[in-house]
Design a protein around this ligand. Structure first.
Ligand SMILES: NC(=O)c1ccc[n+]([C@@H]2O[C@H](COP(=O)([O-])OP(=O)(O)OC[C@H]3O[C@@H](n4cnc5c(N)ncnc54)[C@H](OP(=O)(O)O)[C@@H]3O)[C@@H](O)[C@H]2O)c1
Length: 286
């Protein structure tokens, strides 16, 4: 298994999850830049992996509004390059999509075939990555996910806990709905989909839905920061100079297709967050 973006939030947990199960080649910048077709061809050609797990991406959602070309080059161009290398060397390509390809107006969880309608430059670049994948790779697994948290990179959970630690007053949006997703659970889901020989598009997130405000409240209550000052904010009140990207208000993903093929339901987001918080304590003690 060759992994791109292996030092990122998800890439690290993918690497840890599959170490011992596969022979692994984790790659990241600078040794394998996925915006270079030549480097992708070389990396995949030299290693001849059965599977490439492509985690490298441009993920700075707000910055992308002013850098749409850079987001497209990495997300759409990088995915196209990895897909071409996988086609050439007959490797299965596994990669990740986002709830930001949807416009957030649904009144029920999004299923894999629902029409897309990204609201942001990041969302458009990830949709273009999906299109490149469909066009190029004969054999792919695309897992759309959302609201990732984990131990190996900045994310909403780590930033809320760090800001509470500094005693900051927190204002958090109360009108965007989705499902927090532990990177470790997503890595486990990749394993289950591979075992089931799945192909095509799947949605995966932890089970249950919440708002960022209720998610933050839960994190603080169970992360030993229950006394923190937390107040609600509506999306329309977010400062546009700091948060220029529009986000889907309702972004819950249906996990039914994943449950049917894997035979397993994702665990509830609250259980995953408690597991994460326990791991953070362990890391702190170590
Ligand atoms: N985070 C979320 O909440 C979320 C939600 C939905 C979907 N996703 C998707 O999940 C996947 C993984 O996201 P993530 O949060 O783990 O991202 P991440 O933490 O930003 O990790 C991306 C990794 O790719 C590396 N990278 C950047 N440019 C590269 C290049 N040109 N060539 C090779 N590697 C490069 C980054 O290195 P540097 O750090 O040095 O730039 C980083 O190690 C992405 O497809 C993302 O769109 C994420």
């Amino acid at each position: 298994m060759l992994i791109t973006g292996a030092n990122g939030l998800l890439g690290k947990d993918i690497t840890l999850c599959f170490t011992g199960r596969y022979e692994i080649l984790p790659t990241d910048l600078p040794e394998c830049d996925v915006t270079s077709l030549r480097e992708c061809m070389r990396a995949v050609g030299d290693y001849s992996p059965d599977v490439v797990v492509h985690c490298a991406a441009y993920t700075a959602v707000d910055r992308a509004e002013g850098e749409e070309e850079a987001a497209f080059t990495l997300n759409a161009g990088g995915t196209r390059n990895v897909a071409l290398a996988c086609r050439e060397h007959r490797s299965l390509l596994v990669t990740f999509g986002t709830d930001y390809v949807f416009d957030g107006t649904s009144d029920r969880p999004y299923v894999e075939d629902d029409p897309t309608g990204p609201l942001s430059a990041y969302g458009r670049s990830k949709l273009a990555a999906e299109e490149a994948l469909r066009e190029v790779a004969p054999d792919f697994l695309l897992i759309r996910t959302q609201w990732l948290f984990g131990h190996y990179g900045r994310n909403f959970a780590s930033s809320i806990l760090e800001r509470a630690e500094r005693g900051e007053e927190l204002r958090v949006v109360s009108d965007q709905k989705g499902s927090p997703t532990f990177t470790r659970d997503l890595a486990d889901a990749v394993g289950r989909l591979l075992e089931a020989d799945a192909r095509g598009v799947f949605h995966f997130a932890n089970e249950g839905e919440t708002t960022f405000l209720d998610y933050a409240t839960f994190l603080l209550a169970h992360g030993g920061k229950g006394e923190s000052r937390l107040s609600p904010l509506s999306t329309s009140d977010l400062p546009r100079d700091v948060y220029p990207a529009a986000r889907p208000l309702y972004a819950v993903l249906s996990k039914e297709k994943y449950r049917n093929i894997s035979g397993v339901a994702p665990r509830r987001w609250q259980d995953a967050v408690l597991d994460y918080l326990g791991g953070r304590d362990g890391k702190d003690r170590a």
